[in-house]
Ligand binder design. Structure first.
Ligand code: PLP
Length: 881
């Protein structure tokens, strides 16, 4: 019989064990080995059965065992140590507090919004890289002491669980997650009633949500949940699952995340006394509406500023403190809604009634060549609502600048104000305890932990002194553990696919702990090319079955439920791996998630990544593998494009640019992949010295750790965010008090109106012919009509550099010119300045006029520029159609 209601009966812990409950509720346990070991020792079998979930463990401990533990002095001592450690961790000063002493400008708090968070497998609220990155961001912020508040949604089903049908077709299940069984607590008002957030929907409906709080070390994570009784059935479904449903469903999720999220942050700060965020960071465009809610807040008349700010002034105030991170150059990864749908959800009879709907719609309008007038683009809105924006690797920053260049017409892509901060991964989460222990024997546990969280590179140099034998022993142990894990998972998968135990004897021979092991696991969008390795099946089989130098491959990944193309790729792979000839050397493991990933990366020798360049914005699984001494074999895309060196890995030559048709490109790149495996990688792995050690391989493992270790850390990434984006954004936010915001908005409006009348004549130079001498200096002079603008409201620049055959300036350098006279009878100001000829070869220059104001973060910010008539070319195009 099926129950119509379910609830959880919590065990009553005996007094001495009470602190276990607090330990289980702070997710710090997920990256603290001793605390996990403590829980495990309470009941190792139950721990394994709950996949390492402390709350489920505590719920399942039999009363007899509880009594035993309550009297176990050794256990209680460890419990006290763990509790004291957590207290110290949560309350003591850390990196940020030390920084703040020297730079008082750091923000009092930062709110970090993301549609998904992958903190631990015990809180499954993620689908892939974006969410896990967000989880790693929170954990590193916690380690560094950055006062972050995470904001997301709590999905009743999370993402789906994957299994396979007999013939290898992906099956999806959506088990219900009961918040009462998750490591979250309800945010409550002082009188004990649950805090409720509400949004107004069209036709008088309301969308209400309660707020769950997960504690991630020092960082609170607020998760909104619309499954409350006061909601109508449609509204209850809004937070049903991650990335499910149609357009309107997605829009409601994003409104709840952005607008409801800001309201949840306000409630949290009011109830706990947490300082209000000075910076709002949106991880991808999905939470972009948060900027609208803050504009709305500033429009409400208040005490400090009796009138409230109008839209344009509020927009300036909000932009200054907003950071937007774009994560994908793949158009399908960017949300675009029907303009009409968005329009219906804002305005007088819906949400944010005080804001003119047209102004909302204009923020998301694709105003560039090729843009679609009927669509509302969340990334475009994100860029307009944030004064600071970034991509997630150097290459992705460049690709993003090109992709969005149309929003800054008249500027070269290099000048588009989108910078980049390369992603990183949270080492204490992703490094196997065995690898950590190796570090601890060299430099001690505390320094190893510091090296992994803050990322001091000197500490990583200690890896050079680890003996070959020790390195190899750890690598072999991890590989052997993976083999065991794969067999267990494969057995479970085959049972699920309908096989009986008697049929499964062969699984005991799947994978070999001595064989070169290659891993490939990620989501399955087409650009990641799951099946590139299957391009020449005979050749792959030969690699797997090589008599002396075989390889074995572990594959995993989920396809989006609506993506039949992706499911077909999985089926192709599964069918290949089901073949009795090779099934002991290649496996597909269903239900890729954090739990599997934590076992998989350390156990592999080589981590394979073969995306279509440049569509992998960064990629992080290879970083997690690297931190465990696994070598990367990857197309030069994302982070690997930036940091690859032949000393510690291999690059798969890419045919982007040369092979235009995709089939040809797959052909070339797969061939290069087979060649590398056969001729370079396998021979090196199997090349053993007298002691049976692959010395050259071990050296590459060392190089991976010392060179990549300090770079790929989320600690490095979060420090970059603090220094390069959060601190300037906090300063910007503070500068924009209401009066300044009004005057900046008024100034921008005046500049936009005046700009059509700004004109610049041809520049004159001190006489030179077609050639000039290296080291000499030209005197430049140009006349500029500034119309109604004063000469100090514009910047006149000479832009110079080497030119190509089409007279395009590459590597341009801008030098400001000074106003020296004016205005003349025609209203022209004269600007002058020197231009140093410091390069040999073809050299060119031009002049241009830009708006100038101390509160602009970039000269391109307004997208306004005036150039001499002769220099006007076509504006940059965009990639996104
Ligand atoms: C790290 C990770 C990802 C992201 O991997 P990419 O290489 O960025 O595609 C996806 N899923 C899980 C479970 C991960 O741990």
């Amino acid at each position: 019989m099926k129950a119509i209601r379910r609830f959880t009966v919590r065990p009553v812990l005996p007094e001495p064990l009470r602190p276990l409950s607090a330990l289980a509720r702070n997710l710090r346990w997920s990256w603290q080995t001793e605390t996990r070991a403590l829980f495990e020792s309470a009941d190792p079998l139950l721990w394994a059965r709950t996949a390492g979930d402390p709350l489920r463990l505590l719920a399942g401990l039999p009363p007899r065992r509880l009594t035993e533990l309550a009297a176990d002095q050794e256990f209680l001592t460890r419990l006290n140590t763990a509790t004291a450690e957590l207290h110290h961790y949560v309350t003591g000063p850390r990196w940020y507090q030390r920084q703040a002493e020297n730079s008082p400008g750091l923000p009092a708090a930062v709110a970090y919004f993301s549609p998904e968070f992958g903190v631990t497998a015990a809180l499954p609220q993620y689908s892939g890289g974006l969410g896990i990155l967000a989880g790693d961001h929170l954990k590193s912020a916690s380690d560094l002491g950055v006062p972050l508040i995470g904001v997301g949604l709590l999905y009743r089903h999370g993402y789906f669980r994957q299994s396979l049908s007999r013939d290898g077709w992906q099956q999806e299940r959506y088990p219900v997650l009961d918040p009462n069984e998750l490591p979250v607590t309800l945010l409550r008002e002082t009188d004990g009633t649950p805090t409720q957030i509400a949004l107004a929907l069209p036709a008088g409906r309301r969308l209400r949500a309660r707020v769950w709080l997960a504690q991630v070390g020092r960082v609170p994570l607020l998760m909104l949940d619309s499954d409350v009784e006061d909601n109508d059935p449609g509204a209850r479904e809004v937070t049903d699952r991650l990335y499910g449903g149609g357009s309107e469903h997605r829009l409601l999720q994003e409104m709840l995340l952005g607008i409801g999220g800001v309201r949840a942050v306000r409630a949290y700060c009011r109830l706990t006394g947490h300082p209000a965020p000075e910076v709002f960071h949106t991880n991808e465009g999905h939470a972009g509406f948060l900027g609208l809610e803050r504009i709305h807040e500033l429009g409400i008349p208040g005490e400090a500023d009796a009138e409230g700010l109008d839209f344009d002034a509020a927009l300036e105030a909000v932009r200054a403190g907003t950071v937007f991170t774009t994560h994908t150059p793949v158009p399908a990864g960017i949300d675009r809604f029907d303009r009409e749908l968005v329009g219906r959800h804002f305005g007088p009879h819906a949400e944010l009634p005080g804001i003119d709907v047209e102004k909302v719609l204009r923020l998301g309008q694709e105003t560039y060549p090729g843009g679609q007038p009927g669509l509302f683009n969340m990334a475009v809105m994100g860029l307009r609502l944030a004064q600071r924006a970034n991509g997630v690797s150097t290459l992705h920053g460049q690709v993003s600048r090109e992709m969005f260049a149309g929003l800054w017409p008249g500027f070269d892509a290099e000048e588009v104000p989108i910078t980049s901060i390369t992603n990183g991964v949270h080492a204490p989460t992703w490094v196997a305890p065995e690898v950590f222990a190796l570090g601890a024997t060299m430099i001690g546990a505390a320094r190893t932990e510091e090296a992994m969280t803050v990322g001091a590179s000197e500490r990583w140099d200690a890896v050079a002194d680890i003996a070959d034998q020790q390195v190899w022993d750890v690598r072999s142990t991890l590989r052997a553990q993976l083999v065991g894990e794969v067999r267990a998972r494969l057995t479970a998968s085959w049972r699920q696919r309908g096989a009986g135990t008697a049929e499964l004897g062969w699984i005991d021979g799947v994978l070999d702990p001595e064989v070169l092991t290659i891993g490939f696991a990620r989501r399955v969008p087409s650009y990641k090319r799951l099946t590139l390795m299957l391009r020449d099946k005979d050749r792959l089989r030969a690699l797997l079955l090589h008599p002396e130098r075989p390889v074995q491959i572990v594959v995993a990944g989920k396809a989006h439920p609506a993506d039949d193309g992706g499911k077909r790729l999985i089926q192709d792979l599964v069918r290949f791996a089901d073949d009795p000839r090779v099934r002991h050397r290649i496996v597909f493991l269903p239900d890729y998630g954090m739990g599997m990933a934590q076992k998989l990366y350390p156990g592999c020798d080589v981590w394979l990544n073969n995306p279509l360049r440049p569509l992998e914005a960064c990629g992080t699984s290879g970083m997690k593998a690297a931190l465990n001494g696994c070598l990367n074999l990857s197309v030069l895309d994302g982070w690997w494009d930036e940091w690859y060196e032949p000393d510690f890995g291999w690059s798969i030559p890419t045919a982007d640019g040369t092979a235009t048709d995709e089939d040809r490109r797959d052909e070339l790149e797969s061939k290069a992949l087979y060649d590398l495996l056969e001729r370079r990688i396998a021979p090196r792995f199997y090349d053993r010295d007298g002691a049976g050690l692959p010395q050259r391989w071990i050296e590459m493992v060392r190089q991976t750790l010392t060179s990549l270790g300090p770079k790929v850390l989320a600690g490095r990434m979060v420090r970059d965010y603090v220094e390069r984006l959060y601190a300037p954004a906090a300063r910007g936010h503070r500068s924009l008090d209401p009066a300044t915001a009004r005057s900046l908005a008024a100034w921008k409006e005046r500049v936009r109106d005046a700009w059509p009348h700004v004109e610049v004549d041809q520049p004159e130079t001190s006489a030179i012919g077609a050639t000039a001498e290296f080291g000499s200096t030209l005197a430049l002079r140009v006349r500029v009509r500034t119309g109604t603008l004063g000469p100090d409201e514009v910047e006149v620049q000479a832009v110079a550099g080497p030119v190509d055959a089409d007279d395009r300036i590459a590597d341009a350098r801008a030098v400001p010119l000074k106003p020296v006279a004016g205005p003349d009878l025609e209203g022209r100001w004269t600007y002058e300045g020197p231009l140093a000829l410091d390069r040999t070869g073809s050299f060119g220059y031009t002049v241009r006029v830009l708006p100038s104001h101390r509160l602009l973060a970039s000269a391109a910010e307004l997208g306004l520029v005036a150039v001499p008539a002769e220099a006007r070319g076509e504006s940059a195009g965009v990639l996104m159609r």
